[in-house]
Ligand binder design. Structure first.
Ligand code: GDP
Ligand code: IMO
Ligand code: MG
Length: 433
C-alpha cells in the first residue's frame, strides 16, 4: 500500500497520535506535513505515555523512519528539547529522523508576535497555542521566512544581513504599534543562537521529498500524519478561528512534495463526540450541564499542548461529512467510544438551522464570522455499560454497534478502526490495513 494520510476530521485532538502509532507497525515511514509544535499527539502503550509536539507518532516503533516535511514549521529549540526528553526516557531517534532543509523555522519574534497579537485582540482573540505558528506561516507566505538551508556554511554574513533587514520591520512594528520596548530583537544574537541549533539539527537535514518518493516508488507504505483537524484548516475551517496551514489531506502533497497519485487511502480520525480548544463557533457545544461535565471528566479533555480545558459537545455529522468531502476520506477511525459508556441517550447533530428557521445541510463559510446556527439532533439509546479495552466488535453491546453504524452511515464512509481506550492495545480493527 503506498501513501496513506491520517487526518483529523473535527477540531483536532481526535486521537491521531494513537492511530498513527498503531498503524506504524504495518508501515515503513511516517511523515508530518504541516503545523508545528502547536500539535500535541498522545501515544500510550503498556504503562508508558508520551506526548509529541513535532516528532511523528511513528517514532516508538523500532526501525521505522520518521520525517518532517517542508510544510512543517519547526521551532528548533522545541525540537531539540523533545529529542532530549525522549532520549532521557530511553527512546533514541538516532538515524531514523529526516528533516526537510526547506522547512520554515519558528523564530523568537514569531512567538512574541503570536502572544502580542492575541493580547491586542482581547475578547476577539483566536485562542492560539502561543507557539508562533501563525506568524511563521505569515512570513513564509510573505517570502521573508527563515529555513534550515539558509544556514549553509560560508554564507553566515549574507544570512545575518537578511535577518537584520527582516528585524528592522519587526522592531518598528513592536515599538510603534505594540509599544513594546522589552521585546526588540537583535540579529547578531539570534544568528549566534540559531547557528548552535543548526549544528545539532544538521545531521537530520535532507531533501525529504526525494526520500519519500523513493520509498513510495519502492512500494513501501508511508503514513502522512496530519496535525490539527479539518475544521482548523485555513481555507476550509471556521475561518478566522483556524490555524494557519492546510490541515486537510491535500496538505500532505504540498507539505511533503509528493504527487496526489501517490495517495491511495485517507483515514479520518473522528471522536465519537466533539471537542474544540480555543475560540470560535462550535454548534453542538454543551456549555454546561452533566453531559458536558461527564465528557470533560471521563474523556480527560484537557489540551495536550497548553493544558487548557477542551470545550465538549455531541457528535456533529455535518462536520465529519464536510471532512469526508474535503479529504476524500476512504476510512473512519472512531475514537473514545468508551467515554460515552454512562449515557442513557446519545444525540447526533444531523443538520443546522438559523434563527429564521432556514435549514442547512452543508456548513456555510460565514459560520466562523457570524455563528448563529443551531444543531438539529436525532437521538439514539446509549449502552450504559463499560466497553473500555474491548478489542473485538462482537463483544460490544448492540447499542454501541448501532451507534457506530449510524455515524458511518451519516458520514458516508466505512469504519476501519474503533478505539475503546487510550492505549495502543485498546483497539478494534474492522477492516484490512
Ligand atoms: P491528537 O492530537 O489527535 O493526537 O489527540 P490528543 O493526543 O491531543 O488527544 C486525544 C486524547 O484522547 C489523548 O489523551 C489520548 O490518550 C486519548 N485517547 C485516544 N483514544 C482514546 C480512546 O479510545 N479512549 C479514551 N478514553 N481515550 C483515548
Ligand atoms: P493537534 O494536532 C486542537 C487550535 C488552537 C486555536 C487555533 C489556532 O493536537 O490536534 P495556532 O496556535 O495553531 O495558531 O492556534 O487552533 N489548535 C489546536 N486545537 N488540536 C491541535 O493540534 C491544535 N493546534 C492548534 O487552540 O484555536
Ligand atoms: Mg492533540
Amino acid at each position: 500500500m503506498p501513501g496513506v494520510v491520517v487526518v483529523g476530521s473535527q477540531w483536532g485532538d481526535e486521537g491521531k497520535g494513537k492511530v498513527v502509532d498503531f498503524l506504524t507497525e504495518r508501515a515503513d515511514v511516517v511523515a508530518r506535513y504541516q503545523g508545528g509544535n502547536n500539535a500535541g499527539h498522545t501515544v500510550m502503550f503498556g504503562d508508558r505515555k508520551f506526548v509529541l509536539h513535532l516528532l511523528p507518532s511513528g517514532i516508538f516503533r523500532e526501525n521505522k523512519r520518521v520525517v518532517l516535511g517542508e510544510g512543517v514549521v519547526i521551532d528548533p529549540e522545541a525540537l531539540l528539547e523533545e529529542l532530549d526528553a525522549l532520549s532521557a526516557q530511553g527512546v533514541e531517534v538516532g538515524d531514523r529522523l529526516y528533516i526537510s532543509d526547506a522547512a520554515n523555522l519558528v523564530m523568537p519574534y514569531h512567538k512574541a508576535f503570536d502572544k502580542l497579537r492575541e493580547q491586542w485582540r482581547g475578547a476577539g482573540k483566536i485562542g492560539t497555542t502561543g507557539r508562533g505558528i501563525g506568524p511563521t506561516y505569515e512570513d513564509k507566505n510573505a517570502r521573508r521566512g527563515v529555513r534550515f538551508c539558509d544556514f549553509r556554511p560560508g554564507y553566515e554574513a549574507i544570512f545575518c544581513a537578511r535577518l537584520k533587514e527582516i528585524l528592522e520591520e519587526k522592531n518598528v512594528l513592536l515599538r510603534s504599534h505594540y509599544r513594546s520596548d522589552e521585546a526588540l530583537f537583535d540579529a547578531e544574537e539570534i544568528c549566534e543562537r540559531y547557528a548552535v541549533f543548526y549544528e545539532r539539527v544538521k545531521p537530520y537535514l535532507c531533501d525529504t521529498s526525494v526520500l519519500l518518493n523513493e520509498a513510495l516508488d519502492a512500494g513501501q507504505t508511508v503514513l502522512f500524519e496530519g496535525a490539527q483537524g479539518t475544521m482548523l484548516d485555513v481555507d476550509h475551517g471556521t475561518y478566522p478561528y483556524v490555524t494557519s496551514s492546510n490541515t486537510i489531506s491535500g496538505g500532505a502533497c504540498t507539505g511533503c512534495g509528493v504527487g496526489p497519485t501517490k495517495i491511495s487511502r485517507v483515514i479520518g480520525i473522528t471522536k465519537a463526540y466533539t471537542t474544540r480548544v480555543g475560540e470560535g463557533p462550535f454548534p453542538t457545544e454543551l456549555k454546561e450541564g452533566p453531559v458536558a461535565a461527564m465528557l470533560q471528566d471521563r474523556g480527560q479533555e484537557f489540551g495536550a499542548t497548553t493544558g487548557r480545558p477542551r470545550r465538549c459537545g455531541w457528535f456533529d455529522a455535518m462536520v465529519v461529512r464536510h471532512a469526508a468531502r474535503l479529504n476524500g476520506l476512504t476510512d473512519l477511525a472512531i475514537m473514545k467510544v468508551d467515554v460515552l459508556d454512562t449515557l442513557q441517550t446519545i444525540r447526533i447533530c444531523v443538520g443546522y438551522r438559523d434563527q429564521q428557521g432556514n435549514q442547512y445541510d452543508t456548513i456555510p463559510h460565514w459560520l466562523g464570522n457570524y455563528g448563529g446556527l443551531e444543531p438539529v439532533y436525532e437521538e439514539m439509546p446509549g449502552w450504559n455499560e463499560p466497553i473500555d479495552g474491548i478489542t473485538e466488535l462482537k463483544k460490544l453491546p448492540q447499542a454501541a454497534r448501532d451507534y457506530l453504524q449510524r455515524l458511518s452511515e451519516l458520514v458516508g464512509v466505512p469504519t476501519l478502526l474503533v478505539s475503546t481506550g487510550p492505549r495502543r492495545e485498546e483497539t478494534i480493527m474492522l477492516g484490512d490495513f
